[in-house]
Design a protein around this ligand. Structure first.
Ligand code: SAM
Length: 199
């Protein structure tokens, strides 16, 4: 099989396996929250414990980090968080179209890809924000935080220019809990954008 077709087949298989896993997740929960790139799970464990009325989905691409996260949340007896090995774009492809995140969406210290030639790998891209908006209830906040000045500026410009999101400059950060990367950072910047109602 030519390499491109092989890569496409692997991708299809991955998304289809994710769809099967998602069948057991309460995606119709009335308060559904998402964290993308949860790392070792410090943030989502604390957030889910403080918000028992929400169901939280926390994704990462590194299995070992998810296992540690699962152990953390098991130790405190949480039942309202699903730790999921998934790449963000794959997740959006695998979600049933009627899924709506209506709690909060967290992107905390995403990989900054500092070299210009790698910027295309950054999570916050116009096309990704468009896809994410289609699974987000109007008014739901997308909370972004980074210690990388260049990524902050680029992500802010991308969301500012996006028709489906509106930045809330005076919004208060809804929940504080230091992540591993926040603890390592000298400083950081955040923005919060709300999903706009469809035009
Ligand atoms: C710099 S770490 C930050 C982890 C955590 N949020 C924190 O603040 O400590 C970025 C995390 O995002 C995960 N990640 C990177 N790209 C991702 C993607 N496309 N989808 C899901 N997770 C991703 C990485 O595996 C890593 O655990």
């Amino acid at each position: 099989m030519p390499p491109i077709e092989e890569a496409q087949a692997i991708h299809r298989q991955r998304v289809s396996a994710l769809r099967e896993t998602l069948a057991a997740v309460p995606l119709d929960h009335p308060h559904l929250t998402l964290e993308i790139g949860c790392g070792h799970g410090h943030y989502m464990t604390a957030y889910a414990a403080a918000h028992p009325d929400e169901h939280c989905i926390a994704i990462d691409i590194i299995q070992e980090r998810l296992q540690k996260s699962q152990r953390k949340s098991d130790r405190v007896g949480l039942t309202n968080v699903t730790w999921l090995r998934a790449e963000a774009a794959d997740l959006l492809e695998a979600l049933p179209p009627e899924t709506r995140f209506n709690g909060r969406i967290w992107v905390l210290f995403p990989d900054p890809w500092p070299k210009r030639k790698h910027w295309k790998n950054r999570l916050i891209q116009r096309s990704f924000l468009t896809e994410l908006a289609s699974f987000t209830a109007p008014g739901t906040p997308l909370c972004f935080r980074t210690d990388h000045n260049g990524y902050f500026a680029e992500a802010r410009a991308t969301v500012d220019a996006h028709p489906n999101w509106v930045v809330q400059p005076s919004a208060e950060w809804p929940f504080e809990q230091r992540t591993i990367f926040e603890a390592r950072a000298d400083s950081f910047q955040s923005w919060i954008a709300h999903a706009r109602p469809p035009a």
